[in-house]
Design a protein around this ligand. Structure first.
Ligand SMILES: [Zn+2]
Length: 147
């Protein structure tokens, strides 16, 4: 997927991943690819990244590419900004998206479009990659929009 979003303003800190366990995830986002872990030994899906499988404790679960498609599991309309760069940005929508094609993993993002739109639990969404290439530490995020 090559489409990009520009939902969040400049000035936010880049996501921290000091132990680098999620490096394949963040690198994938910069390339327009969503990666999550799937244990090679038992097939368990997991996200965020861990050094071992939660189910069978095998080390280094590999990262696999999955389609950025899911459905809204939960959501919140945020009125109070969580960072000074978002001071003029509210309200905005935060969504917890479930990925049926990846064992039901859930991940957070923003729902693109009108912040006052009606949001429905179970609504289908697709990922949109948001690139912050001009940031002090360049990074990309995965946002969501209704299909
Ligand atoms: Zn496992």
């Amino acid at each position: 997927m090559t489409e990009t979003a520009h939902y969040l303003p400049a000035g936010l800190p880049a996501p921290l991943d000091e132990e680098r366990v999620n490096a394949p995830y963040w690198q994938g986002l910069t390339q327009g690819v969503l990666r999550v872990q799937r244990c090679a030994a038992c097939g368990t899906w997991q996200f965020g990244g861990e050094w071992l499988c939660h189910h069978c404790h095998a080390f280094d679960p590999p990262w696999v590419e999955v389609a950025p498609r899911g459905r809204i599991f939960s959501w919140e309309r945020v009125w109070h900004p969580v960072h000074p760069a978002l001071k003029e940005r509210g309200p905005y929508l935060a969504v917890l998206v479930e990925l049926p094609e990846a064992g039901g993993l859930r991940m957070l993002g923003n729902l693109l479009g009108d912040a006052m739109q009606e949001v429905t639990i179970g609504a289908e969404v697709e990922g949109v990659f948001e690139h912050h290439a001009a940031a002090e530490v360049p990074y990309s995020l995965l946002q969501w929009r209704r299909t």
